[in-house]
Write a protein that binds this ligand. Structure first.
Ligand SMILES: [Zn+2]
Ligand SMILES: [Zn+2]
Length: 363
């Protein structure tokens, strides 16, 4: 099967013929229909998230189940699924206490670029290949069954649903699980990329008032279409703009979906006393951002990191909200590229032109 292989950081991916093993215990082999391109992939391509190449990136997909490994009873060949970037082991302490997105065994596998049982299921001319959370920029992938959720028949044939596996699952985790946003809350979303706009969509869905902060007028237009008020930092201090829109008190929740020192600082300053700052925007591993401690202490502000959501608990809820037309990945996904055009898809995201480029393997 063909896959996009990264041989060295900061070099173009090469689409090559790769061998894939049979699924092991608890694993599923999928045929990828479409896969999203996410900023987390860019971090891997640049070495800012260090997973040693050669490797195959890609961590959100819509796919068809081809073969199930021993012990997998809840999926069968032919099922259409969303493949997410989190695979809970189901047994560790965090899994046991319902925090499957923080599965300890999964975190180990992620850092090494291997599957949960530690093996590498792909090889190129005999050389084992690592994966970044699935390696779905490929015709086929082997992933743990715990990272999958089935799509109902009415949702088949929609390549944009690849976005549910990371962008929308992350947004749902941030808004619902980490921020506990509820009707009447004012939620500011800093950043209008895939996760940011998905967070706008989810926050509106829970009945919050939403203010989106971003620099790109086209993306702000989309935020408006999703029901948000908008603030452009190019037109003035965004902290002041948010304060002006909230009678001087600030927001109950600020979702930070960019990951720079400047935006993390602004997120804290925009938050009302007693409010929550939810960090979802990644920085390079090891990078730090200063925090205005006096404001955090005196304002009783909670700063919380949010990593994805629980694929077996939350992803079906996300799917159901998309089925009802409440969440709109169709507005955010694209442009669409062939696997052979993977480097163009990466460039479209890096340049900021696209919100969520999608590699469509059915085209
Ligand atoms: Zn992602
Ligand atoms: Zn676990």
């Amino acid at each position: 099967m063909k896959a996009a292989v990264l041989h060295r950081y900061n070099t173009p991916l090469r689409v090559e013929e790769v061998d894939v093993h049979k699924p092991h215990e608890g694993e599923v082999k999928i045929r990828v229909k479409a896969a999203g391109v996410c900023h987390s992939d860019l971090y891997v391509l640049e070495g800012a998230t260090p997973v040693p190449p050669p490797l195959i990136p890609g961590h959100e997909a819509v796919a068809v189940v081809e073969e199930v490994g021993p012990g997998v009873s809840n999926f069968a060949p032919g099922d259409v699924v969303v493949s997410s970037f989190i695979w809970p082991c189901g047994h560790c302490k965090n899994c046991a206490r319902g925090m499957e997105n923080l599965c300890e065994k999964f975190a180990e596998a992620r850092a090494k670029g291997v599957l949960l049982d530690g093996h590498m299921h792909l090889s190129l001319n005999g050389t084992p290949l690592r994966v970044f959370l699935g390696g779905v920029w490929a015709e086929e992938a082997v992933v743990p069954a715990t990272g999958l959720a089935k799509l109902p028949k009415s949702m088949h044939g929609r390549p944009e649903l690849a976005m549910l596996g990371c962008a929308f699952m992350t947004a749902y985790g941030a808004v619902v699980n980490s921020a506990s946003a509820s009707p009447g809350d004012t939620v500011v979303v800093v950043g209008t990329g895939g996760v940011g706009l998905a967070a706008v969509n989810v926050a509106k869905a829970v009945g919050a008032r939403v203010i989106a902060v971003g620099r790109n007028p086209e993306k702000l237009k989309l935020a408006k279409q999703l029901g948000a008020e908008v603030v452009n930092p190019r037109e003035g201090d965004p902290v002041k703009a948010v304060k002006d829109l909230t009678d001087g008190r600030g927001a109950d929740v600020v979702i930070e979906a960019v990951g720079t020192e400047e935006t993390v600082d602004a997120a804290v300053e925009m938050t009302a006393s007693g409010g929550r700052v939810v960090l979802v925007g990644l920085m390079a591993v090891g990078k730090r951002a200063p925090v205005h401690v006096a404001r955090v202490v005196r304002g009783g502000i909670t700063i919380v990191g949010s990593y994805g959501a629980r694929p077996r608990v939350d992803l079906p809820k996300v799917i159901s909200l998309v089925e009802k037309g409440v969440l709109r990945p169709d507005l955010l996904a694209g442009p669409f590229y062939k696997l052979e055009e993977v480097n163009e898809a990466v460039e479209a995201l890096r340049s900021g032109r696209a919100i969520r480029p999608i590699i469509n393997l059915t085209s």
